[in-house]
Design a protein around this ligand. Structure first.
Ligand code: SF4
Length: 755
């Protein structure tokens, strides 16, 4: 299925030299994480050791994966680069836009109909530029990547926060925004702060009701939702080697819930078995030949405290099944304490829906373990008391488990099989309820459980557990039930107990599929037309941004002086605006509508200096643009924190804002502004923020001699006729100044392609 053996061979061929050079440069044995990172430096040879948590380093990832919601803007931007093909193997996966309502077949038909123009665009742009396209129904990005593309020792980026799932097969796989994906596909290096290292030593062996999911539920409880920030989490120890590759994928997937950059396991027999089981024996053979490079050095694992920045240890033999929640994935309850927690906290004990599957937990092993519980229910005269849904992660898994009779098993207890897609995990769930104001409980085998995540209802208490625990709870219909100790009353009035789940790691008869849902791109895409209707409300081809005019920028109006927190959500809101992610002009109608105006403490109400009237931010800016007048946005500390979405930088650029002047930037947003050719500057003296008045006209000076480490200037023309000037800082390097002058990084790449 289009995995690229030549590319993998090239990666492995350079391993030995680069790892030896990295050992020399750092003067110590290496963790697996360091081996992979040093082997993927974009400058090639290892010249120096990097400071963990300090140095920004350019990398050259091997692959890019994109899901359909984020791929739209990534690919619209890529089209601007003027390249005939992507620089690295890349794939698009149609999984986020399918709503779960009735069941797999009908829901898929509806989605194909509703999202036709988006799917047609993604299919045609993939075909043209050499990108593998996984159509709607093929499966969820991370499961499909694990089955087809992940390989030990590789490095990939993906436009989705659960990209780290591929760490289960030993890949450094990191979630990014669309602009980063665009850069890597266009052949640019990808920058990351060299991560800190968190080691998790696993001893013992799982047994009974406990599964890989419980490892990460426990880790989330220990580290909390922020504890992994800035770290790559590396699992090791004899316990790690006892986990299946897909179980490891589950653990790495949910590393996103502790804020980790990514998580990873070393190459072992389980990884080799999974590669062979998914028809990638050639990769297993190649990995076997370099196996010593695909795990951390023995000395590192023998003395982890010496080589990791932080170490935690978990004994799998003592680990209990966990249930985490509600409302946050780090509220971790060992099963034996959960019933009491439900009662003491007054959470609704009646379980309304149990949901299994998703990218987190829909491997063959997961499905067979859950099915072993469902089968017992049928055999023992029980039916699921709660509603029960099953979301397969891919068509490969769905077809195989259907062939092997497991979908029937679920249906016999009342289970509904949903499309191979994100569905309820991302709120694409038309849940039917008689009373949405009632406090209610659901339990899922997904990864996130923030308020409203699954069904948009703030009254829903969502808990997270393994698929087998979810299945047991769905049968009981009661969150105070403990399947390890308690009995249930069956249809004959007898007390029956559920036995421990039994799973099968890989299908005995092998995986099978009729149509996996993959469309290979054209060999020569030059004649392929990219399909975008000019009247579309959801998609719009991008026009290149204009280059800098070559002079200082003067006469700017103040669009807004934002007060306090201004995240990328304040700058470009999500929710109902998601459907416009591929249409820059339409989504620009949400520009800065969440930011608080310093002068009236109100969101989305700013003074139009041309009319003196107060109005919404986007409309005011459109008025300035219509009059050919530029504007400036002023902000507070850490402006642009939050998600890496590039829309927050593109929208102001599109609507004619010329500069963002703040006390400080969140780094990713600052880089995004630079890439879009926008001027992002900071007050040299943060107190100068107070000098900005509502009716000011503003000049930016020093641009004709714009250079690294050289301050620019601001002149304020106040309404009373007085003026004030002060210096401002910037962090543009020589290359980034060229981006500014050219009107954006993509304009430069396109110009280079034309040469
Ligand atoms: Fe994200 Fe959920 Fe889809 Fe996984 S199943 S990719 S977590 S939305």
């Amino acid at each position: 299925m289009a995995f690229d053996l030549d590319m993998i061979k090239k990666v492995y061929d350079r391993y030995s030299t680069r790892i030896e050079a990295a050992r020399k440069a750092t003067g110590k044995p290496l963790t697996l994480t360091e081996k992979i990172l040093y082997a993927h430096l974009s400058e090639g040879d290892v010249k120096a050791a990097y400071n963990r948590g300090v140095d920004y380093v350019d990398f050259a990832p091997d692959r890019v994966a994109m899901q359909d919601a984020t791929a739209q803007m990534a690919l619209l931007q890529f089209m601007q680069a003027g390249r005939p093909k992507v620089a690295v193997p890349s794939t698009v996966h149609c999984d986020h836009l399918i709503q779960a309502k009735v069941g797999a077949t009908e829901d898929l038909h509806t989605a194909v109909d509703t999202n036709k123009e988006v799917y047609d665009f993604l299919a045609s742009v993939s075909d043209k530029y050499g990108i593998g396209f996984w159509k709607a129904g093929a499966g969820i990005i991370h499961q499909v990547v694990l089955e087809n593309y992940a390989f030990p020792g590789g490095m990939m980026i993906g436009t989705d926060s659960h990209t780290p799932n591929a760490g289960g097969l030993g890949m450094v796989a990191i979630g990014v925004g669309g602009a980063d994906a665009c850069d890597v596909m266009a052949g640019l290096p990808w920058e990351l702060k060299f991560p800190k290292l968190l080691g998790v030593k696993l001893t013992g062996k799982l047994s009974g009701w406990t599964s890989a999911k419980d490892v990460i539920l426990r880790v989330a409880g220990i580290l909390t939702v922020k504890g992994g920030t800035g770290f790559i989490v590396e699992y090791f120890g004899e316990g790690a080697q006892s986990l299946s590759a897909t179980g490891k994928g589950t653990i790495c997937n949910m590393g996103a819930e502790i804020g980790a950059t990514t998580s990873i396991f070393g190459y072992d027999e389980k990884a080799a078995a999974y590669l062979r089981g998914t028809e990638r024996a050639e990769i297993a053979d190649m990995a076997d030949a370099v196996a010593q490079h695909l795990t951390g050095d023995a000395e590192v694992y023998a003395n982890p405290e010496k080589y990791f920045d932080q170490v935690i240890e978990i004994n799998l033999s003592e680990l209990e099944p966990h249930v985490n929640g509600p409302f946050t994935p780090d509220l971790a309850w060992p099963l034996s304490k959960f019933a009491t927690a439900v009662k003491e906290n007054g959470w609704p004990a009646k379980l309304e829906v149990g949901l299994i599957g998703s990218c987190t937990n829909s491997s063959y092993e997961d499905i067979t373990r859950a099915a072993s519980i469902a089968k017992q229910a049928t055999d023992k005269g029980l039916k699921a008391k709660a509603e029960y849904t099953v979301t397969p992660g891919s068509e490969l898994v769905r077809y195989t488990v259907e062939r092997d009779g497991y979908l029937d098993t679920f249906e016999q207890i009342g289970g509904v099989v949903l499309a191979n897609a994100c569905g309820p995990c991302i709120g694409q769930w038309a849940r039917h309820t008689d009373d949405p104001t009632r406090k209610n409980s659901i339990i899922t085998s997904f990864n996130r459980n923030f308020a409203k995540r699954q069904d948009g209802n703030p009254n829903t208490h969502a808990f997270v557990a393994s698929p087998e625990i979810v299945t047991a709870f769905a049968i009981a219909g009661d969150l105070t039930f403990n399947p390890v100790t308690d009995t249930l009353t069956n249809e004959a009035g007898e007390q029956v107990k559920l036995d421990e789940p039994m799973g099968i790691e890989l299908p005995v008869k092998g995986f099978a599929v009729e149509d996996a849902g993959y469309q290979a791109p054209a060999e020569d895409g030059s004649g392929v037309q990219v399909i975008v209707s000019p009247t579309s409300a959801r998609l719009q081809l991008l026009d290149p941004f204009k280059p800098w005019e070559g002079t200082d920028i003067t006469g700017l109006k103040l669009l807004i002086k934002a007060k306090g927190k201004c995240t990328t959500d304040h700058i470009s809101m999500a929710g109902p605006w998601l459907k416009f992610r591929g249409h820059l002009d339409n989504i620009s109608n949400n520009m800065l509508i969440g930011a608080i105006n310093f002068f009236n403490n109100t969101a989305d109400s700013v003074k139009n200096e041309l009319t003196g009237e107060y109005g919404p931010v986007p409309a005011t800016q459109r008025d300035y643009k219509a009059h050919g007048i530029g504007s400036i946005v002023v902000g507070d500390e850490n402006y642009g924190e939050g998600s890496s979405r590039e829309h927050a930088a593109m929208e102001p650029r599109h609507l004619g804002v010329r500069a963002i002047l703040v006390k400080s930037f969140a780094r990713i947003h600052e880089t995004n502004l630079k890439k879009q050719g926008m001027l992002g500057i900071t007050f040299a003296d943060p107190a100068d923020y107070d000098k900005i008045l509502e009716d000011d006209t503003i000049d930016i000076t020093g641009l004709t001699t714009f250079a690294p480490d050289k301050q620019l200037g601001i002149t304020l023309h106040h309404a009373d006729g007085t003026t004030e000037s002060f210096p401002v800082n910037h962090t543009y390097n020589a290359q980034q100044i060229e981006w500014f002058k050219a009107g954006g990084a993509l304009n430069i790449i396109r110009a280079q392609q034309g040469k």
